[in-house]
Design a protein around this ligand. Structure first.
Ligand SMILES: NC(=O)C1=CN([C@@H]2O[C@H](COP(=O)(O)OP(=O)(O)OC[C@H]3O[C@@H](n4cnc5c(N)ncnc54)[C@H](OP(=O)(O)O)[C@@H]3O)[C@@H](O)[C@H]2O)C=CC1
Ligand SMILES: CC(=O)C(=O)O
Ligand SMILES: [Mg+2]
Length: 791
């Protein structure tokens, strides 16, 4: 794929400008300001490029030769077909079915957008598929069906059982969804789970239990008022009743107003269960003294004046998507004592079914559950609620990077990126399934199962998340960007500012920066959002020249040349401002040669104390997981001492990601199988690594495949001090490291984070010209973390 190539970035940009994506009517994601249309344009662009949509199918078996073809297809494929005919359960052994969920919608209640139809629901269903994969490694086919009636839905979906290990119904409106789900549950021998009902109910119940505990209130006495009487709201109420809420304390509202006894319009038997004997008719009348507002309806339904009459320390759950019943700032203004939740990721307390559905299915599929029953749902509620109340632990510290949140009004439930969610919910659900007798394959070795889930968590692309949290907690360190006029840097600067990660300082001509910001439709502006260092005119430059000359005067640079270099070389300017303490970190290298940038950084910023040399590490994130490579950019042919130093510094950096490094020193020789200068060097280097960092799990010299496959390694060296798959590969020379990186990056369509400069006295990174704006954001984030928490 072309993901990281500059030509591709340019091509995409040209297409974007040519085709100029148009705003979409009815889109109201961030209703506050002009950022709405920019955000919308970004969302359309995100979905459209580099290829339309968010999903693809990948083969899991090689089809490299005639024999593979014969095994995978005719005649070999007949064998598993016949095995499944004789034993249907063996489909889980011979096909992807056991890990395959159908996300099915008819598009009749898509988020809060209403009945926009099956086709228009496809982006949401692809999105759910991505979340299943990302958070729980479950494969999904998204199925959008033109089926408007209960019968047609049951008939279409009911015939899909042979394909799937489970069915996740999504965005099907009430009341039809109740009947569809019930009939499918009766008919099918696989889990059928309407996410908007039960996924929402589970996470809402966990948040309400925790919110009431904080407010010192009992669920049996709590007054609960809803906006919405649809799939999500009624399922939440049913679960809350099971948890002890009293029907007489529950007040339900829909388009018609209060659901009351005797009402005839827009009523159905599911709403009827919650009908109040009352003369009140609308939300404004019934909300006084409410302890909980549960909004699962539509944007803007809850007015600030209604909040004023709620009980002390109210819990306000404005969960309509994408725009809640009330925006959190308005709610906070009306009720400073409130605990506030939304369904969105841009505010604290994201109460969204994404915290539940990937993991409840993970647990259900792993034990071969026939259904998802009440016991399994309750187990999920308890697991989520307990996780938020857990004492801050080392794992939590890693998950939230150094600042584990403590249970409180802004942390009623864990964040969707909390890696512990899968570790708590999936085993709890699998255990409940076994105890309630619905598991076909109960998990016998729970500890082994937990290990397996843990390995998945740290293999997945959530790897950058702890760094983002740590950078935000570092409170906007100043990062100077040498190529401040570059489009990728400008786009990255906008993200860094908006996300509160860093305060950018851009080196460049102010007029050029301003006109490019206008051209790219970016809303940040110099002065108010970030500062600019103008190489053509800056009052500090005389001091910069003096400092530069003091550092390089004896390296053959005469004063006149020093003046010219400081005015014309933005890397030198960036490094000088870092050295002078005007910035906390620097990023350069978006243009120009790596070795030229490194020379300037080395001369001005220098090496950290005791370091032999600089080196560079690269992280590749692919479907397979995350692997670090060193030294990918600096030393042509490092000595054994330098290889050892690189290994130890790289391991230290990897720990910032919350990952335990496992290093393999790779070579053309496998544990002494070849004798050469290079293999001898790597053998010596591993000895030195053991002296420098005895705690580090490392071994060598070994082949690349021995580094990855424990089985291969064990065959050659059963006493190897390395366990499992190495996540840090240290190479004997630059050719090997850089070529391997380039080939893998392109072949595996991986995301490259780096190069990460090791050995620098201050946080400075030199990127490569192929970097994308996302790559710039990643590296600036890492630099901010380095500036706030020295290794
Ligand atoms: N945060 C989360 O995890 C989740 C959020 N949601 C959100 O909840 C909302 C409802 O979803 P869902 O239950 O699946 O959809 P449904 O179509 O099944 O239900 C919608 C309900 O909202 C009511 N409603 C719509 N507009 C208003 C209004 N202006 N005032 C009062 N009530 C109104 C409808 O009333 P009537 O019955 O009269 O038609 C209906 O009862 C959506 O915004 C969705 O995005 C849903 C699931 C999960
Ligand atoms: C989150 C979700 O499923 C919804 O808003 O419909
Ligand atoms: Mg939904």
């Amino acid at each position: 794929m072309h993901r990281d190539t500059r030509a591709f970035a340019r091509q995409v940009e040209e297409r974007r400008l040519d085709e100029k994506i148009k705003p979409v009517e009815g889109f109201d994601a961030t209703p506050t300001d002009k950022s709405t249309s920019e955000f919308q344009e970004s969302a359309l662009f995100f979905h459209r490029y580099p290829r339309p949509g968010k999903l693809e199918i990948q083969a899991t078996k090689p089809l490299g030769n005639q024999r593979d073809l014969a095994l995978a297809y005719s005649p070999g494929v007949a064998a598993p077909c016949l095995a499944i005919r004789d034993d249907p359960d063996s489909a889980a052994d011979y096909t992807a079915r056991g890990n395959l969920v159908g996300v099915v919608s008819n598009g009749s209640a898509v988020l809060g957008l209403g009945n926009i139809g099956a086709l228009a629901s496809k982006p949401v269903m692809e999105g759910k598929a991505v979340l299943f994969k990302k958070f729980a490694n479950i494969d999904v086919f998204d199925i959008e069906v033109n089926a408007g009636t209960v019968d047609s839905m049951v008939s279409v979906i009911g015939s899909l059982e042979p394909t799937f290990g489970g069915i996740n119904l999504e965005d099907i409106k009430a009341p039809e969804c109740f009947e569809v789900e019930q009939q499918l549950r009766d008919k099918l021998d696989i889990p059928v789970f309407h996410d908007d009902q039960h996924g929402t109910a589970i996470i809402v119940a966990a948040a309400i239990l925790n919110g009431l505990e904080l407010a010192g209130k009992e669920i049996a006495r709590a007054k609960i008022v809803t906006a919405g009487a649809g799939a999500a709201a009624l399922a939440c109420l049913n679960l809350l009743v099971e948890l002890g809420a009293k029907r007489e304390n529950i007040w339900v509202h829909d388009l018609e107003g209060l659901v009351y006894e005797g009402r005839e319009t827009l009523m159905d038997c599911w709403k009827e269960t919650f009908a109040q004997k009352s003369t009140k008719r609308d939300l404004a009348e019934s909300i006084p003294e409410a302890d909980v507002f549960l909004g699962l309806s539509a944007a803007g339904v809850l007015k600030p004046e209604m909040l004023e009459k709620m009980a002390e320390r109210p819990l306000i759950m404005a969960l309509a998507n994408p725009t809640p019943e009330i925006m959190p700032d308005a709610a906070r203004k009306a009720r400073p004592d409130a605990m506030i939740c939304t369904g969105r990721s841009d505010f604290p307390n994201q109460v969204n079914n994404v915290l539940c559905f990937p993991y409840i299915f993970r647990g259900a599929l792993d034990c071969g559950a026939r259904t998802i029953n009440e016991k399994m749902k309750m187990a999920a509620v308890e697991a989520i609620a307990e996780l938020a109340r857990e004492e801050p632990s080392e794992v939590a510290a890693r998950a939230y990077s150094g600042e584990p949140p403590t249970f409180g009004p802004d942390y009623l439930i864990p964040s969707p990126f909390d890696p512990r969610l899968i570790l708590r919910i999936a085993p709890a659900v699998a255990k409940a399934a076994a105890e309630s007798g619905v598991a076909k394959r109960p998990i016998a070795d729970m500890e082994g199962y937990l290990d397996q889930l843990t390995r998945f968590v740290y293999r997945s692309g959530l790897i950058m998340k702890p760094l983002f949290s740590a950078a935000k907690a570092a409170r906007k360190k100043r990062v100077v960007f040498s190529e401040g006029e570059d489009e990728r840097v400008l786009r990255a600067a906008q993200v860094l500012i908006e996300e509160g990660i860093a305060e950018p300082i851009l080196i460049g001509r102010p007029a050029v920066i301003e006109s490019r910001l206008e051209r790219f439709g970016l809303k940040i502006r110099p002065g108010s959002d970030f500062s600019v260092t103008n190489p053509e005119d800056d009052p500090r430059f005389r001091e910069y020249v003096d400092l530069y000359f003091s550092l390089v005067g004896r390296l053959g640079v005469i004063p006149e040349a020093a003046r010219t270099i400081v005015r014309t070389n933005p890397t030198v300017i960036g490094a000088l401002s870092l050295k002078r303490g005007e910035a906390d970190a620097m990023i350069c290298g978006v243009e120009g040669r790596y070795d030229h940038h490194l020379r300037d950084v080395a001369q001005i910023v220098g090496k950290c104390e005791g370091a032999l040399d600089f080196s560079a590490m690269s992280l590749l994130i692919s479907q397979r997981g995350a692997t670090f490579f060193a030294d990918t950019y600096v030393s042509l042919n490092p000595t054994a001492e330098e290889v050892a130093e690189t290994t130890v510094m790289a391991a230290r950096e990897i720990r910032r990601f919350g990952i335990t490094p496992r290093a393999a020193l790779v070579s053309h020789s496998d544990f002494g199988s070849r004798h050469s200068d290079s293999s001898a060097k790597m053998r010596r280097a591993i000895q030195l690594v053991r002296e420098l960092d005895p705690e580090l799990e490392a071994d060598g010299e070994m082949h690349g495949d021995s580094a990855i496959s424990e089985a291969l390694r064990q065959r050659v060296m059963p006493t190897s001090t390395l366990r499992g798959e190495a996540n840090l590969l240290v190479f004997p020379n630059l050719d090997a490291a850089n070529i391997t990186l380039g080939v893998l990056k392109s072949m595996m369509d991986s995301l490259h984070v780096g190069p990460i400069l090791l050995g620098s006295a201050m946080p400075a990174h030199i990127l490569s010209p192929s970097v994308t704006s996302r790559g710039v954001v990643n590296m600036a984030t890492l630099a901010v973390v380095e500036a706030s928490i020295p290794a």
